[in-house]
Design a binder for this molecule. Structure first.
Ligand SMILES: [Zn+2]
Length: 300
């Protein structure tokens, strides 16, 4: 185990404390809940440690675990995926207020604003928030997803793209998102589907099992359970989602968790630069869920 402040938590989905020991990866212990089957890192690094780690490592290109820096560098593919996600929202009527929680480089916020949404981002990394405001010319506020700086603001759409698996407490994050939703608002969540074909085949070697970056490994039933407990009703849940990628981007992300595989791929496909930079759409084992405040909560 790694030497850092670790906190024991209850199951992020069902809130019970009945996990069976699982396995270690990258110095962290991954357990499985006996009650709801969710896999999660437990004990996990404290919020304070995670905040510092994200500031120090995640968005710093010089760090060897800098997936966030890779997100910022690959604007074209991120923007192309953002446009795909906007198709989910396409209301015929006027577009309202949209908040992208964990907006990273701000590409989705910019794409949403371009088609008429009154869009803004929230980003825990001060460095990434500054980068997003400077390069994408968007409104972005620095702050945690679990403890936002908004008091009276309400949003018609809140998005959490590739965020829930990162946060210390997904329950607090969704409860806060629920609080910020307008009564008829929609919450859109994208997170890895660990019940997908490739995660099941690869098991512990799958690159999405990457603590301390990814801490909670959802499946459709465990995500539904958590959403219900946070006062959110699932309207749509897709087990596979299309993303736009380039080989260059995939290799940059794989370097940290699968260095041997990355070296092999770089030695073959990666040497043809035009090919490695060619964008392609691919269905991935990522869940995309649309939820709204449940009727009981709405009338409360
Ligand atoms: Zn559980």
């Amino acid at each position: 185990m790694v030497e850092l402040p670790l906190t024991h938590i209850r199951c992020p989905a069902c809130n019970e404390d009945q996990a069976r020991p699982g396995y270690d990866k990258q110095g962290f212990s991954i357990v499985q809940c006996r009650r709801c089957t969710l896999r999660y890192v437990n004990p996990r690094p404290s919020r304070t440690w995670l905040d510092a780690w994200y500031q120090r490592a995640y968005f710093s290109p010089s760090h060897d675990n800098a997936a966030g820096a890779q997100h910022l560098l690959h604007e074209a593919v991120k923007t192309a995926t953002a446009r795909l996600r906007l198709q989910l929202l396409s209301p015929a009527g006027p577009k309202g207020r949209l908040l992208d929680i964990g907006c990273g480089g701000g590409f989705f916020v910019r794409a949403a604003a371009a088609v008429g949404w009154d869009a803004m981002g929230l980003e825990p990394s001060v460095e990434a928030a500054r980068h997003a405001a400077r390069t994408q010319h968007i409104r972005v506020v620095a702050g945690r997803s679990e403890e936002t700086p908004f008091v009276d603001d309400r949003f018609d759409v809140i998005t959490l793209f590739d965020v829930l698996e990162h946060v210390f407490c997904p329950r607090t994050c969704l409860t806060e998102a629920r609080r910020l939703l307008a009564p008829d608002g929609k919450l859109v969540i994208e997170t890895p589907n660990m019940a997908g074909w490739l995660p099941r085949v690869m098991g512990t070697r799958h690159p999405w099992i990457r603590p301390p970056e990814h801490l909670t490994y959802f499946t459709p039933p465990t995500l539904r359970l958590l959403l219900a407990q946070c006062g959110l009703r699932v309207e749509q849940l897709h087990g596979r989602t299309t993303k736009v990628l380039t080989l260059e981007y995939v290799l940059a992300l794989l370097t940290q968790t699968n260095p041997l595989l990355t070296t092999l791929l770089r030695g073959t496909i990666g040497r043809w630069k035009p090919l490695s930079r060619y964008p392609f759409s691919v269905p991935l084992d990522t869940m995309l869920a649309v939820a709204s405040p449940s009727s009981q909560e709405r009338s409360a």
